[in-house]
Design a protein around this ligand. Structure first.
Ligand SMILES: C[S@@+](CC[C@H](N)C(=O)[O-])C[C@H]1O[C@@H](n2cnc3c(N)ncnc32)[C@H](O)[C@@H]1O
Length: 290
């Protein structure tokens, strides 16, 4: 059951509901054969971690492994990212300093940031990865509507299964406040492994300094791990994972974008750093899902 004592349940959820066309959402949901569509993504080798399956997020029973989450995520999110959802996501895009050829968006959800990444870098191969096949169904639907060629991959950001050095940009938006810090650190270690040298990791999420001072916000959205997230430091986690030039920029005090670079090892040639032709070997890339 969703907790009834959070500000979300008592106040925000009823208010936001006023602005959401629930009938339209029901119609959309009914128009999709969720079992069939989610089965196209579901991989049997993906194990769902217990921190994920044991919690409700945003008061949705069953969390992200439900069709309800996939359908309601976007209509709710547009109202909870001040000053404006697109501006917040654009802050991540604006922080990118590489010219990426392969981009991996971890915990992509319904793909809102993933779509913007593809729009910003139309030549790049873009993959969105998420643990919830239902979120991927919604993401794929949005990409098709926008006529964007993005690959959607069912997987765990802690252990993606992609080869070493196969991306030059790895991103995650609004993921870390929903994972225990040990998992966020594991995701950063995996991102480091996946990146070519000189490649970038970018993490967009709630502002840790601000969240520490606004206790009520931690109780707002029924987020089981947000207090631990606020107490930690993405900068420090990135440093521990091996990233250099680590920097966090505040965005409207409520959000932050953290950036780290996988350092170039001195004394190694370009090929040995993962920037040679091996990088362009397409053989491992999962087949497009449509
Ligand atoms: C708050 S949503 C953010 C979605 C999207 N990135 C955005 O900006 O709107 C968090 C997403 O992370 C996914 N997630 C959580 N833990 C994950 C993990 N270990 N691996 C992959 N996805 C994960 C959830 O399924 C959910 O779709």
């Amino acid at each position: 059951m969703a907790r009834q004592d959070t500000l979300w349940e008592r106040f925000l959820s009823p208010v936001i509901r006023l602005f959401i066309d629930e009938e339209e959402l029901r119609r959309y949901s009914k128009s999709i054969d969720w079992q069939k569509e989610s089965d196209r993504f579901r991989r049997t080798d993906v194990t769902i971690p217990s921190y994920y399956s044991s919690q409700n997020f945003h008061g949705i029973e069953g969390g992200y492994l439900t069709t309800g989450a996939a359908v309601s995520y976007d209509p709710i999110t547009q109202y909870v990212l001040p000053p404006n959802e697109t501006m917040v996501r654009q802050a991540l895009i604006d922080s990118i300093q590489v010219k990426p050829r392969r981009i991996l968006d971890l915990g992509c959800g319904t793909g809102s940031t993933t779509l913007m990444l593809k729009q910003a870098f139309p030549q790049a191969q873009v993959i969105g990865l998420d643990l919830s096949p239902y979120m991927l169904v919604r993401a794929e639907d949005k990409a098709k509507t926008a006529n964007l060629d993005i690959q959607w991959h069912h997987g765990d950001a802690e252990k993606t299964g992609f080869p070493d050095q196969s991306f030059d940009l790895v991103t995650a938006s609004l993921l870390f406040h929903e994972t225990p810090p040990a998992v966020s650190e594991a995701i950063l270690r995996e991102s480091f492994r996946l990146l070519t040298t000189g490649g970038e990791v970018l993490i967009l999420d709630g502002n840790q300094k601000t969240l520490r001072h606004l206790e009520f916000l931690n109780n707002l959205f029924e987020e089981p791990y947000i207090r631990d997230y606020a107490a930690g430091s993405v900068d420090a986690w990135m440093g521990k994972a091996g990233f250099e030039a680590v920097q966090t920029q505040d965005f409207w005090l409520i959000q932050q974008v953290s950036r780290g670079v996988k350092p170039i090892k001195e004394g190694l040639g370009v090929r040995d750093q993962g920037l040679g032709e091996a990088f362009f070997d397409e053989s491992w890339v999962p087949a497009p899902s449509y």
